[in-house]
Design a protein around this ligand. Structure first.
Ligand code: ADP
Ligand code: MG
Length: 699
């Protein structure tokens, strides 16, 4: 289903198979089907992935240096050394009616196979004149059909096609489709919306997406489809927010002056301004009988646990039960240890519910939760399992939100009763992302850090500097510090040339760190095995922990001051930031060494250098986001939402905000989207998001 599409048309014509179009041979129909195109409507909403700009199309003889221009011609010669990857060069000689031009590719030997003599091509790049001959390096290429004439527009659509289908054919077929069926499309957005948000009507936007006359027309069309897709998503999120408020009741958990004072007395330090502000947000929410759905964002080490503990204890003080969930057992145990310190003098009954408990221990906890004897439980996702029943669950705190999807958040509701939810993430989320993936949540942000944080220096360690780096590491260990060594994979794999922890472990034990106490930690070890190693590391019995990213979230060992990361180019910046956040936690400055591989692309080097230049998690998140997009960390899998199909959260940041404001406004004016002019929007919203966001029968 494409979200930007109009609502199904009563005139069935749009749902006719593409075979009704002239030119649609069985073979081509099969190729189209592989692209997901079966009906006329699929075809019309099969959007270009790019456009070739013909606005500065010139004869070769009239080219100028230093500006992007386009030429068209016929391939006359192909040459080049394709002896392996290093320093290969492919040259393609192109001729038009005025002159010859040489196109060149370096280190892309495969380009040689993309051309044949006699082929018609169009190339765009900044040309240079060398020895009297025009050259283009790495031009943008459009392969033209022999019979294709210059189109009227100046922008030529380029479609994401599969083998066998030519761009020319796709353009021709879509052109025919537009001619015959374009007029039958049904507008989804009301006149009113089109006008207020300055959006092109579908009848203009669809032809302009395929055959734009100029950049202005294309931009207007793009804006319309981007806005529509984001708007429908934001409407769904607004509907969900609205529904949560009206359909669920949560216990009122007011932080009375007495409760507030009792909880604050437990903390051995002054709270930061950010912590106080977040606590104020949370207290306000949970005092009401509408469930809180709040996201607490704060960089690694910003002190989110304090806010969580405050909320949990406020809940317990009000006679309701509270649950704290962490993504890993290591973290759950760490939270339990923190609470143990804070709750020494209190009568709060709390338990740690994790794997590895005996059946009787586990059953005792489950009984205590069901009877209400246990006030507070700490655990992993296992808490979401159905066997866990609470007597009166008031609050759930979910640490490291990005590992929990929309659906999981709903799992602890019973009937019309819902606990309050506080979800926390240590990975700062770029604004546009938190407005989409987590758009149904209210947000509090901890921007300040508790006092006394140690500076962290980050180095990109080149291969020839590694001996010196390891000497530095040995010096730190001799001073009594501890270190982490992180590598991406568990076992050596031939297909992926990444360092593996096991191989690294063997190498280090016999090489640079011989004679030191090193231990291995990875995800395939049992909980008990991991716990033994972590404890030894915490106690300082292990000097270096060689690990996969299982230590990424939340692990807190103050004496560890060195972080070494192998194959850093394989991690996202936000993930590197998480890893780096493990050090500089105690009274010692931190040192982070990124071991550069022998071959590092310019782009990767730039990313890593930018990362070394800042420790501000929000800056890093924005940087990572603009370079890689949402990536794995906040990918669609984690959010539970279907992928966006047309809008791009990096490119279309501004539209995200506009669409959100517009959606909230419309939904507030017409809750449930009941008015006739919003009927089609409502239908589209439910079609796409009704199930995943459990919108049911809205309103
Ligand atoms: P995160 O936000 O990464 O979960 P934590 O809650 O684990 O951060 O806090 C990091 C460290 O900072 C902990 O050791 C905690 O005790 C300490 N801390 C938290 N708040 C304060 C504060 N206001 N003043 C001093 N230290 C604090
Ligand atoms: Mg934490």
């Amino acid at each position: 289903m494409d979200p930007a599409a109009a609502a199904p048309d009563p005139k069935r014509a749009l749902f006719a198979p593409v075979s009704v179009l002239r030119d649609a041979t069985p073979q081509r129909i099969e190729q189209l089907r592989r692209l997901g195109i079966e009906t006329i409507r699929d075809l019309l909403f099969f959007f270009p992935r790019d456009y070739a700009d013909l606005s500065d199309l010139r004869p070769i003889r009239q080219l100028e240096e230093d500006k992007v221009q386009t030429i068209r011609g016929t391939v006359r010669e192909i040459d080049g050394s394709s002896s392996g990857f290093a320093r290969s060069r492919v040259g393609v000689l192109v001729q038009d009616e005025s002159d010859y031009l040489r196109a060149m590719w370096f280190n892309q030997p495969f380009m040689r196979d993309k051309f044949f003599v006699g082929q018609r091509v169009q190339m765009s790049a900044r040309p240079r004149k060398k020895g009297g001959r025009w050259e283009m390096a790495h031009p943008n290429v459009v392969y033209l059909d022999a019979e294709e004439t210059v189109p009227t527009g100046k922008l030529l659509a380029v479609y994401p096609l599969t083998e066998g289908l030519t761009q020319y054919y796709a353009r021709r077929l879509i052109h025919a489709g537009l001619q015959q069926y374009g007029g039958m499309l049904d507008e989804v957005l009301s006149e009113h919306l089109l006008e207020e948000y300055d959006l092109a009507p579908l009848a203009d936007a669809l032809p302009a997406i395929h055959e734009p006359l100029d950049h202005a027309a294309l931009n207007a069309a793009r804006r319309r489809f981007t806005f529509q897709e984001l708007f429908v998503l934001q409407l769904a999120l607004a509907a969900r927010r609205f529904q949560q408020r009206v359909s669920f009741k949560a216990p009122e958990l007011p932080a009375t002056a007495q409760i507030d004072a009792r909880i604050r007395r437990l903390f051995p330090f002054e709270l930061t301004a950010g912590q106080n502000a977040a606590i104020a947000d949370v207290s306000q929410d949970i005092a009401l009988d509408t469930p809180m759905n709040r996201l607490l964002q704060g960089d690694v080490g910003s002190g989110k646990t304090v806010v969580a503990v405050y909320a949990l204890l406020c809940c317990v003080a009000n006679g309701a039960q509270a649950a704290l969930m962490a993504p890993t057992e290591i973290l759950a145990r760490q939270h339990a240890a923190t609470l143990e310190k804070l709750l020494k003098q209190s009568r709060v009954e709390y338990r740690l519910l994790v794997g590895g408990l005996s059946t009787s221990e586990r059953e005792e906890i489950l009984r205590g939760l069901a009877s209400g004897e246990i006030d507070l439980v700490i655990g992993t996702h296992a808490l979401l399992q159905d066997s866990v029943e609470f007597k009166r669950l008031g609050l759930v705190v979910i640490d490291e939100q990005h590992k929990f999807g929309v659906r999981q958040r709903a799992a602890l509701r019973r009937g019309d009763q819902s606990p309050h939810y506080l979800v926390m993430t240590a990975t700062p989320i770029p604004r546009t992302l938190s407005m989409t993936q987590f758009g149904d949540l209210d947000v509090s942000i901890l921007r300040d850090m508790p006092p006394g944080r140690q500076p962290i220096s980050t180095y990109l360690v080149e291969p020839d500097q590694q001996a010196r780096w390891w000497k530095f590491v040995r010096d730190k260990l001799a001073e009594g510090r501890q270190a982490y060594f992180v590598a991406p994979l568990v076992e050596e794999s031939e297909s992926v040339s990444a360092a593996s922890v096991k191989a690294a472990f063997d190498e280090l034990t016999h090489g640079e760190l011989a004679g030191h106490k090193i231990e291995l930690l990875h995800g395939r070890m049992s909980h008990a095995e991991k716990e033994v190693v972590m404890n030894r590391f915490r106690k300082g019995e292990v000097q270096v922990l060689v690990s996969t990213t299982v230590i990424e979230v939340g692990v807190d060992v103050a004496n560890a001051s060195v972080m070494i990361i192998a194959s850093p180019e394989r991690f996202g910046l936000s993930q590197l930031h998480q890893l780096r956040g493990r050090i500089g936690r105690g009274s010692h400055p931190g040192f982070c060494g990124l071991l550069a591989p022998a071959e590092l692309s310019d782009v990767a080097r730039q990313r890593l250098e930018a990362f070394g230049g800042t420790t501000d998690g929000f800056k890093i998140a924005e940087l990572d986001f603009s370079m890689r997009g949402p990536g794995d960390l906040f990918g669609d899998k984690q959010s539970g939402l279907p992928p966006l199909w047309y809008a791009n959260l990096v490119r279309d940041r501004e539209v995200v905000e506009e669409a959100r404001d517009a959606a909230r406004k419309l939904y507030a004016a017409d809750p449930g989207l009941k008015s006739p002019e919003n009927h089609k929007l409502r239908k589209q919203m439910l079609q796409r998001y009704g199930e995943v966001l459990e919108l049911g029968d809205v309103g």
